[in-house]
Design a protein around this ligand. Structure first.
Ligand code: ADP
Ligand code: ZN
Length: 603
């Protein structure tokens, strides 16, 4: 472990291990398997990178995302680590070189997609080479329940028998119990020690708004809190991705689309730009994001309801991997609930699959409509009790008020019943409010006992009441395309007067004062110097054709701008600057700092 510490300091430039990193590393060095559940940004990669450097032979990393391998390899080479990847995007000469290096023991780390690994020729090649370990990244891809399912992952258990004695480590940021069991079973990891880190992401601020004006509200939020930052906006459909991209661009916010309907080339281009340029917004379906290592995504916004808490947590987890403040913002509507329920009912899956999907959506709705601390609710869902409120979510910062809505709920339910359970929310609300539409009169509902009994609430308020009643299972909306409402069993006690119901108050939330995104944990720093360092980093990144964060993370630049080192040995003390980066960039960093000093003396 002494060597592991030295590599952490000298190669990676970090002072201490985080979470369970050191135990995991010790396990692998000793040749034991490990199963690692750690949130995004927790530091999973070091868990196999360091043992791969210490054990003899090459560490083989299995990852589903060919498009991202190059950046991972580039980032390692910046640290002076001998890394390479083998995949279809590379030319034959470079493939041959890599294979040769592998056989000669000249590689520390090799990245492979599962389909290439499982190829008989590749397996034979690996058997001839010396293998330090296998790291199975994004291990939740074995799960047929998730949307990242990769059938080849299910064959990876062959590594156990074909490479006895080579330790395997599976890693994922998916915390759900069912997925965990599936991973252990499918990959034959029964003997692996399981490391579960806290799933809390304290630097992410959660905010969920219902029907608060969709994209208009989102743009206000972005402009107020994240002007100039990189972010991801998730939408449910391709069409909505296209529309939202166009809309954002028209409003002066540079945005790119990403969905499965675009050609590979366009997708690759957009992803490249998002990784390489500062301040772009990626508007995407869930097809985008897995394995995206961009550490400075400052916000993730959802314009639709995600289908489960797992999905929500994974998607929002892409914000703030560098540990600096970040936001998860969401706006959803009644229509989303109906659309998702319909999609689930009409999916090809088995009855069990539908039931599970349905429960997951219910849990997601529970989170949305909750008035308790969001983080608390999330961690609770993942089986991680956390005592106190977090102070960094909308419900903690701006206490959500509830009101006794028993009476209103009874009126709503009666009106649904009296109008024959054949109409959607808009119609029933009109009847409650006593609006004299032609359609209402034609149906004779203006002469009906619930007509006008709800005039005391506005239409928007009624919609909020209905949404919450649906979310809580008092009402079901039909999947007939009209969204006709129907009462459920659950209504009985409420209608009989044996139960009361408290709902969330309908009102626009106050504008949230959010700590400036330029803030970080390390106190004040020189913003002009930070900008100058950022420009220096852009230049270096362009010259080398790599993303800026491969050179330095924002957190490293901020620490430089806070501590303003004036000698090489002081630069060496900054987090994220190891020996190799010191050699490569130490002088340029000092020059940039001195140029600023000269400029401020001159002015
Ligand atoms: P994950 O794969 O779990 O999402 P990464 O392995 O990409 O996370 O690590 C996230 C960031 O944290 C990376 O920039 C990494 O270099 C950094 N990091 C990892 N371990 C440490 C550590 N012990 N100290 C400081 N930074 C670390
Ligand atoms: Zn909270």
């Amino acid at each position: 472990m002494e060597r592991a510490h030295r590599i952490l300091n000298e190669t990676f430039g970090y002072s201490a291990f985080r979470h369970d990193q050191s135990e995991i590393i010790a396990d692998l060095i000793a040749g034991r398997d490990a199963f690692v559940l750690m949130p995004t940004g927790g530091g999973k990669s070091l868990c196999y990178q360091i043992p791969a450097l210490i054990r003899g032979g090459t560490g083989v990393v299995i990852s589903p995302l060919i498009a991202l391998m190059k950046d991972q390899v580039d980032a390692l080479r910046q640290l002076g680590i001998r890394a390479a990847s083998l995949n279809a995007t590379e030319d034959p000469a470079s493939l041959r070189r890599t294979e040769q290096a592998l056989l000669e023991g000249q590689l520390d780390l090799l990245y492979l997609a599962p389909e290439r690994l499982l190829n008989e020729r590749m397996l034979a090649l690996l058997e001839r080479a010396g293998i330090a370990l296998f790291a199975i990244d994004e291990a939740h891809c074995v799960s047929q329940w998730g949307h990242d399912f990769r059938p080849e992952y299910r064959q990876l258990d062959c590594l156990k028998t074909r490479f006895p004695g080579v330790p395997r480590i599976a890693l994922t940021a998916t915390a759900d119990k069912r997925t965990r069991d599936e991973i252990v079973g499918q990959l034959s990891l029964e003997e692996a020690r399981c490391y579960v880190s806290s799933f809390d992401r304290p630097n992410i601020r959660y905010q969920i708004e219902a029907e608060a004006g969709g994209r208009e509200a989102m743009l206000r939020f972005i402009e107020r809190v994240h002007a100039g930052d990189s972010g991801i906006v998730y939408c449910l459909s391709r069409r909505k991705v296209e529309e939202t991209t166009e809309w954002l661009n028209a409003r002066g916010r540079a945005a790119l689309p990403y969905h499965a309907g675009l050609s590979d080339a366009v997708r690759r281009d957009n992803q490249e730009r998002f990784l390489r340029e500062d301040g772009l917004v990626m508007v995407a379906t869930i097809a985008f994001g897995m394995g995206i290592d961009k550490p400075d995504v400052r916000f993730v916004a959802h314009l639709n309801l995600p289908r489960s808490i797992e999905a929500y947590y994974q998607e929002t987890g892409r914000a703030g991997r560098d540990g600096l403040p970040a936001s998860a913002w969401m706006s959803y509507s009644l229509q989303d609930i109906m659309t998702l329920r319909k999609m689930m009912a009409e999916s090809e899956g088995t009855e069990l699959f539908k039931r599970v999907s349905h429960h997951r959506l219910e849990a997601m709705l529970g989170l949305c409509e909750s008035t308790a601390c969001r983080r608390h609710t999330l961690l609770d869902y993942f089986g991680e009790g956390s005592g106190e409120s977090c102070g960094n979510c909308d419900n903690c910062l701006d206490v959500a008020r509830t009101w006794d809505a028993t009476d209103a709920a009874r009126k709503a339910l009666s009106c649904v019943y009296r109008t024959g359970q054949r109409f959607g929310v808009a119609y029933v609300v009109s009847v409650l409010r006593g609006e004299r539409h032609e359609r209402i009169e034609a149906n004779g509902h203006d002469r009906q006992s619930t007509f006008g009994i709800g005039a005391e609430h506005g239409a928007a308020e009624w919609r909020s009441i209905f949404r919450q009643l649906i979310a809580r299972g008092y009402l079901e909306s039909d999947l007939d395309g009209y969204g006709s409402l129907r009462l459920t069993e659950r209504c009985r006690a409420l209608l009989r007067g044996e139960e009361t119901v408290h709902l969330r108050e309908h009102r626009r939330r106050q504008v949230q004062k959010v700590a400036s995104t330029r803030a970080w944990d390390g106190g004040p720093y020189d913003e002009r110097l930070f900008d100058a360092l950022r420009a220096m980093r852009s230049r270096l990144a362009k010259e080398q054709g790599v993303p800026p964060y491969v050179i330095f993370h924002d957190s490293t630049l901020k620490e430089l701008a806070a501590r303003v080192p004036d000698s090489i040995s002081d630069v060496a003390g900054i987090q994220g600057i190891g020996q190799r980066k010191l050699e490569l960039y130490g002088d340029i960093v000092l020059d940039t700092i001195r140029a600023r000093d000269a400029a401020s003396v001159a002015s």
